[in-house]
Design a protein around this ligand. Structure first.
Ligand code: SAM
Length: 240
């Protein structure tokens, strides 16, 4: 009886071992079409990265990557995906003049410049903090875009009243309770067909007065994007 039990155990171990070895030899990529990671399975996510077309673009993307890896601390920069969105929107509408409120160290500004190099446009960006403004100047220079950037230092609530040129894209990314004031002061300058993009539109961060202003005006059309992250409001000015 004992002999039979031991024999049964040995046969069981040999069978399980053989099956395990056979599976290991097939490897993870050679499972059946229904198996995880097999040819029939959907990928968990689909991703893309910016591809430089020119040396100038490669230089700009290099500086953005360096800022991403080494300068984010304390700079409150937009996430990389939001930066890519800003670039895409700017290039799509062929913007010639982007106005940004809240430069920080210039990270989002450089994403705008990547597009503005193609559209032949320029960036006016506002920053109240002297230290961040000076870091932004350095970053614009090493990205090779300082010739298309005007950095205005000071309180943007006052400084924007000096702007006179039409705006194709207005980007709000400074004091959240100030968005409504920036909108009231600058909407008349935004051209019909232009965009107002507001960062930090998550319900926790957005100023309800701003949200109401952009969602109840029939001259504006707004969608909210990237709400799984910090949230971006994209508002089209349909008419003057
Ligand atoms: C969220 S950060 C901007 C980040 C930047 N857009 C980026 O993604 O790289 C906000 C910036 O707005 C600036 N700021 C706050 N209030 C301001 C004001 N009244 N006028 C100008 N800049 C202001 C802050 O000093 C800060 O650097």
């Amino acid at each position: 009886m004992l002999k039979k039990t031991i024999l049964g155990l040995v046969i069981g171990v040999v069978l399980v071992g053989t099956a395990y070895l056979a599976a290991a030899q097939r490897g993870p990529g050679r499972r059946g079409p229904r198996g995880p990671g097999g040819p029939g399975a959907a990928p968990a996510t689909i991703e893309s990265s910016p591809i430089a077309k020119t040396d100038a673009e490669e230089k700009i993307l290099g500086v953005l990557q360096d800022m991403d890896e080494n300068q984010r601390r304390g700079m409150m920069n937009v996430p990389k995906e939001d930066g890519r969105l800003l670039r895409l929107l700017t290039e799509t509408i062929g913007a010639k003049h982007v106005v940004e409120i809240g430069t920080s160290n210039g990270y989002s500004g450089i994403w705008f410049c990547l597009a503005l190099r193609t559209t032949g446009g320029k960036l006016t960006t506002h920053e109240i903090d002297e230290g961040r403004a000076s870091l932004a100047r350095e970053n614009f220079k090493r990205a090779g875009v300082d010739d298309i950037v005007t950095l205005v230092e000071g309180d943007a609530h006052e400084e924007v009243t000096k702007l006179k040129e039409p705006i194709d894209l207005l980007f709000l990314d400074a004091d959240k309770t100030g968005y409504i004031d920036y909108l009231n002061k600058l909407l008349p300058l935004v051209r019909p067909g232009g965009l107002i993009v507001a960062h930090n539109m998550s319900p926790r961060q957005a100023d309800p007065r701003y949200v109401e202003a952009i969602t109840t005006n029939p001259d504006l059309e707004t969608i909210f994007l990237h709400m799984h992250a910090t949230g971006v409001g994209v508002t089209l000015k349909k008419r003057g």
